[in-house]
Ligand binder design. Structure first.
Ligand SMILES: Nc1ncnc2c1ncn2[C@@H]1O[C@H](COP(=O)(O)OP(=O)(O)O)[C@@H](O)[C@H]1O
Ligand SMILES: [Mg+2]
Length: 223
């Protein structure tokens, strides 16, 4: 269970304060694909970065299995991000000159896993996203849909409990968008917490077990 308790985020500009998140409370369970939608600039990425331990909130707690990630040291956070969290981005953030396999291997190298175990994990992750036969292809040669599937494989390769995806279908056509949403849904059904930000109402309705809207700093349940 992931619990967000009284999370607020203020950004300070030269002569003003922007209250981007105002006392957000949210509980997210495994096996329930959670969709967060909301207008551009409403704080969706900010909230996801707080959940991912990339950004410290102004106040509040983020509890994962009763551990508050806001209070973790930098080392604890790095361990948490590597072992417990997979992050999927709209713009992929892959290493363009590495092969598919080398990209997916990065989190395993960070966790100092031995070579044969790395091989097993990579095979499993690439099988899940249907890219085993492309493992030796340089990423810059792939289509957008394939790149996003590499991101998903990289996000899941350490078998994390939580997967967060920030507009993962934003740069994809509808066929590839559906494929990516199908994969996120299957990962969710493997006892994971999966949170997806999307602008696409059709995907939200079709795939979301829970749908929330973030607007004017507050979050409301839509389904
Ligand atoms: N590091 C920052 N410093 C100042 N303002 C920021 C920062 N990050 C985001 N913001 C502001 O916070 C608001 C929410 O941004 P964001 O979370 O990216 O929204 P969304 O993902 O919903 O489009 C925006 O007004 C944005 O300009
Ligand atoms: Mg955003």
């Amino acid at each position: 269970m992931l619990k967000i308790e009284n999370v607020s985020m203020d950004f300070y500009e030269t002569n003003s304060v922007v209250h981007v998140l105002k006392n957000i409370n949210l509980e997210i369970s495994i096996n329930e694909l959670t969709v967060i939608k909301g207008p551009s600039g409403s704080g969706k990425t900010t909230l996801l970065n707080i959940i991912g331990g990339l950004l410290l909130p102004t106040s509040g707690k983020v509890l994962i299995d009763n551990q508050n990630i806001v209070e973790m040291s930098e080392d604890e956070k790095a361990y948490f991000r590597n072992q417990k969290l997979g992050y999927v981005f709209q713009n992929f953030y892959l290493e363009p000159n590495f092969t598919v396999l080398e990209n997916v291997e990065i989190p395993l190298v960070i966790s100092e896993m031995n070579k044969s175990e790395r091989k097993n994990r990579i095979n499993l992750a690439l099988t899940k996203v249907g890219l085993l036969d492309k493992q030796d292809v340089i990423v810059s040669k792939l289509s957008g849909g394939e790149k996003q599937r590499v991101c998903i494989a990289r996000a899941v390769v350490n078998d994390p409990k939580i997967i967060i995806a920030d507009e993962p279908t934003g740069n994809l056509d509808s066929k590839n968008g559906e494929l990516v949403m199908d994969m996120l849904k299957s990962l969710c059904n493997e006892d994971r917490i999966v949170i997806v930000i999307t602008h696409n109402d059709d995907y939200a309705t079709k795939y979301g077990d829970k749908i929330y809207e973030l607007k004017d700093g507050v979050i409301n349940e839509k389904k």
